[in-house]
Design a protein around this ligand. Structure first.
Ligand SMILES: Cc1ncc(COP(=O)(O)O)c(C=O)c1O
Length: 394
């Protein structure tokens, strides 16, 4: 008998008929503990959100300090609140001038919505081009540019006139035209199977956008921040988007989203009409202080540099007949297995053995490894041993 478990299924709305339903006691560093005091090594980090692991001391201190001063005092953008201003300053210090003005939201999907609205205002156009198998969030604008019909047809009508292109396909770039407000792409496709842009693909997209006067919006919600060895994924591929969208890892485990562009372009949301994009809780001071502490740690230390070394260790250790490929870069890795059932069993049996792995949204043969950036080498070895022992049994 477990009353809380029963109530979870009865009262809390679910997203699938079969959630993992592990009941959490507490979490610390790279580990999560369930109510039976079983310890789980976390190779998922709340789906790339807990950049510094669980309850990192500097984030705990920043949140506590802010709680002692004030939390919600006014809707986004009216009052001057130090944590959100300092967060946008630190972002600007790490971004090109053309991305130096940031709007803070509560989630990634909301940041995508804001970015799409901004692109309409800047260009005076309404068509969007997005990639097949892309995921950008679950609200209706973001769902409209999701490239996976099976999960969205039940919600139509959605935004009209969306054009889909195949990621990494040069021929499809012709679909970007003079009607296009923006091309929205994940810098590294997440749900599709951790697919990296190849053969200067993003440079070609950017060039085509410039030719036809469309904007390039890059969704960095999964690779950000620091996960790919650079703070932002786009730095690895030698281009700068017109609008950058962030979320997940920026908050260090607190709910956040953000989109950045130039101060001049961002002004479009202020006038004609005023209040072009509004939010009650965006830029919340407690969450901004958590994000600020997270961003400081990532940018000031050597975590980013170590990310690529840790990737090498994963690649050295994870050699097995069932692993067909390891996709991704840095600490955004996906094991590609022979079929969906093997991937499924790997996730479930590793969990039994105390290792957390997770599925990808659309690529069912893949298993996600997106641990905290703070994961130690010993923890990598510990987790990889579990993975290999489970694969031996499959
Ligand atoms: C690439 C990408 N974009 C957007 C989102 C939506 O972010 P959120 O769940 O914070 O709304 C996600 C979430 O998984 C994502 O992976």
């Amino acid at each position: 008998m477990n009353a809380l478990r029963d109530d979870f299924f009865k009262y809390q709305a679910q997203t699938t008929p079969s959630p993992l339903a592990m009941e959490i006691s507490h979490a610390e560093g790279s580990y999560i503990f369930d109510i039976h005091q079983k310890k789980y090594l976390d190779f998922v980090a709340g789906v790339s959100a807990c950049s510094l692991g669980h309850r990192p001391p500097s984030v705990v201190a920043a949140v506590k300090e802010q709680l002692e001063k004030y939390w919600h005092v006014m809707v986004y953008g009216e009052y001057i609140q130090r944590p959100s201003v300092e967060l946008t300053i630190l972002l600007a210090a790490n971004l090109p001038e053309s991305l130096s003005c940031t709007y803070l939201t509560n989630s990634g999907t909301e940041a995508i919505e804001g970015a799409m609205k901004l692109a309409k205002r800047i260009t005076g156009r309404s068509q969007f081009v997005a990639a097949k198998n892309a995921y950008h969030g679950s609200t209706q604008g973001a769902m409209s540019i999701m490239g996976f019909e099976e999960r969205k047809s039940a919600y139509r009508p959605l935004l009209p006139g969306i054009e889909f292109i195949t990621f990494n396909c040069d021929a499809d770039l012709e679909k970007i035209g003079t009607q296009t407000a923006a091309v929205v792409l994940e810098t590294i496709q997440g749900g599709a199977g951790f697919i990296l842009p190849k053969n200067h693909y993003l440079k070609k997209v950017k060039k085509r956008c410039e030719e036809v006067g469309a904007l390039l919006i890059l969704d960095e919600i999964q690779p950000g921040l620091g996960r790919t060895g650079t703070l932002f994924g786009f730095e690895t591929f030698g281009i700068v988007p017109d609008i950058l969208v962030m979320g997940k890892g920026l908050g260090g485990g607190f709910p956040i989203g953000a989109f950045s562009t130039s101060p001049t372009l961002m002004k479009q949301l202020q006038t004609d009409p005023v209040l072009g994009h509004i939010t009650t809780f965006g830029g919340h001071p407690v969450i901004a202080s958590a994000a600020l502490a997270t961003l400081k740690r990532i940018t000031e230390g050597d975590l980013m540099k170590k990310t690529l070394k840790k990737e090498q260790l994963f690649r050295q250790l994870l050699i097995h007949d069932h692993i067909q490929e390891i996709r991704g870069i840095g600490l955004m890795l996906a094991l590609i297995l022979p079929n969906a059932e093997t991937a499924n069993q790997l996730v479930l049996r590793c969990m039994e053995k105390g290792l957390i792995l997770f599925w990808l949204l659309f690529e069912k043969k893949a298993v996600r490894i997106t641990p905290p950036l703070t994961l130690s080498e010993n923890e990598i070895r510990e987790g990889c041993e579990i993975i290999l022992s489970v694969l031996d049994e499959l």
